[in-house]
Design a protein around this ligand. Structure first.
Ligand code: SAH
Length: 231
């Protein structure tokens, strides 16, 4: 008798919690507008944040904290990124429905879900097999059908499906990953944290123009787990 209203109530709270998370992200964007060069993110990105249940990508014990604007542990020494960072990186990718996206660092799959809300086809690579499997299960449970998964080293990209309109790297690269730049389409863009672990990392945007010229723009100081180098 109690189950039904309790479940409904919890679902309602999740929707309210996501709305206040969006408000929190918008506030932090305004506070960091000097870096971002804008005071507001694309409303489509905020709609994707509203649409994706972040709690579904976390262990049960962390679900109560799912809608705080904080990174959280996902095991294996890795973290689900802070929602503000997910929103800022996604916004910088300028995604449209017809685009192909490569993601390095599937992790929990939360960022993958946001990408799948906004673009056409998502290709995502994760080095820790157990994380990839959990993410695949969580994303399938949410009904996403436009994602391809690979377990391996993302430094090499996924040349079979290149070129990509957008590439997102969710772990900090020590230097610019050349293979990923090669796999960017002309007119495409990559967003990645660049710099040593524990040192100064910068969120970078890399644009490849219509004739293949590369333009790098520093966006924001950040703190990410390292992109594991290929061994
Ligand atoms: N977007 C994820 C972030 C996870 S943290 C989320 O929000 O949940 C970064 C992830 O990158 C980790 O899961 C880590 O295992 C993975 N990673 C690190 N180096 C990698 C590499 N060389 N190739 C692929 N994945 C890598």
């Amino acid at each position: 008798m109690l189950t039904y209203p309790v479940m409904r109530n919890r679902d309602h709270n999740d929707v309210a919690a996501r709305e206040s998370l969006v408000a929190e992200i918008e506030r932090e964007v305004r506070e960091t507008q000097v870096y971002l060069g804008k005071a507001h993110l694309d409303p489509r990105v905020l709609s994707a944040i509203r649409a994706v249940p972040r709690h579904a990508f976390l262990a049960d014990s962390l679900r109560g904290r799912a809608y705080r604007n904080r990174p959280l542990s996902i095991g294996h020494g890795q973290t689900i990124s802070q929602p503000y960072i997910v929103a800022v990186m996604t916004d910088a990718l300028n995604l449209t429905r017809d685009q192909r996206v490569l993601e390095i660092g599937t992790g929990s799959g939360y960022q993958t879900a946001i990408l799948a809300e906004l673009a056409g086809r998502i290709f995502t690579i994760e080095t820790v097999a157990a994380l990839s499997e959990q993410a695949q299960a969580a994303l399938a449970a949410q009904g996403y059908r436009n994602i391809r998964f690979r377990v391996g080293d993302g430094n090499a990209g996924w040349p079979e499906h290149a070129p990509y309109d957008a590439i997102i790297v969710t772990a900090a690269a020590a230097q610019m990953p050349g293979a990923l730049i090669d796999q960017l389409a002309q007119g495409g863009r990559m967003v990645l944290p660049l710099g040593p672990q524990g040192g100064t990392q910068m969120l970078m945007r890399v644009d490849k123009d219509a004739v293949g010229r590369i333009v790098e723009t520093a966006m924001l100081p950040v703190a990410f787990v390292p992109l594991v180098a290929s061994g």
